[in-house]
Design a protein around this ligand. Structure first.
Ligand code: SAM
Length: 212
């Protein structure tokens, strides 16, 4: 993602009511914030938040937490949430490597990874959000039966993801190399990147998998 510093974004994030600060103090207590016992779904690397906002609007009985490491991107999601004020959606500005400090064992019911950064160099493979290192982190916060959905148009990253799922012993429920023309197309909620890349004619790959 091409990043532009957005003036004032840090200041907004420091006080906005939809951004959880001191997120480590929320570990095991997320239901207090939402004020109910609904399941918690997270999107890691949510970008400007289109997908997670659409999901939160469609599924009011699910609580959503969007995670994004850059203030200049997160600010765009905050601006939209400031207008919509969806009660089942909060954001955290954080690096996903530290997810286990923020969510307790079994506290998260589902994880979405959409168009994650590819980190193409082999020596950076551990930084890919679908590496075995990240799968171990997800396993440690997912509840029984919880899983991960990953979408991308980047075929080498997708092939890596499928290999890592096998290496980690995860059960693959469905794998498609052309989501929009597959049996899984119906009900698919598009992300910002998905819209952009599919309009260029790129097929979208998707895997749904579980740490069992
Ligand atoms: N998910 C959105 C979509 O599909 O439109 C955005 C995709 S964009 C390519 C990837 C986003 O993930 C960027 O905003 C980036 O800052 C964020 N990101 C990448 N690695 C991350 C990490 N380790 N922790 C938190 N956010 C991350």
């Amino acid at each position: 993602m091409r990043l532009r510093n957005v003036k004032g974004s840090r200041e907004v994030i420091a006080v906005n009511e939809y951004v959880v600060r001191d997120e480590q103090t929320m570990k095991g207590r997320w239901h207090e914030l939402f004020g109910n016992d609904n399941p918690i779904y997270i999107e890691v690397g949510m970008g400007k938040g289109r997908f997670i906002m659409d999901m939160a609007r469609l599924h009011p009985d699910i609580n959503y937490v969007g995670i994004e490491k850059f203030s200049s991107v997160l600010i765009r999601a905050i601006e939209k949430q400031e207008i919509e004020k969806l009660p089942n959606l909060y954001f955290i500005r954080m690096e996903a490597e530290y997810l286990e400090n923020v969510f307790d064992k079994g506290e998260v019911s589902y994880i979405y990874l959409n168009f994650s950064d590819p980190w193409p160099k082999d020596r950076h493979a551990k930084r890919r959000l679908t590496s075995v290192q990240f799968l171990e982190r997800y396993k440690n916060i997912l509840s029984a039966g919880g899983g991960v959905t990953f979408k991308t148009d980047n075929r080498p990253l997708f092939d890596f993801t499928v290999e890592q799922a096998d290496e980690a012993g995860w059960r693959k429920e469905s794998v498609t190399y052309d989501l929009h023309h597959s049996e899984y197309a119906e009900g698919n909620v598009m992300t910002e990147y998905e819209e952009r890349f599919s309009s260029m004619g790129n097929p979208i790959c998707r895997i749904v998998y579980f740490p069992e």
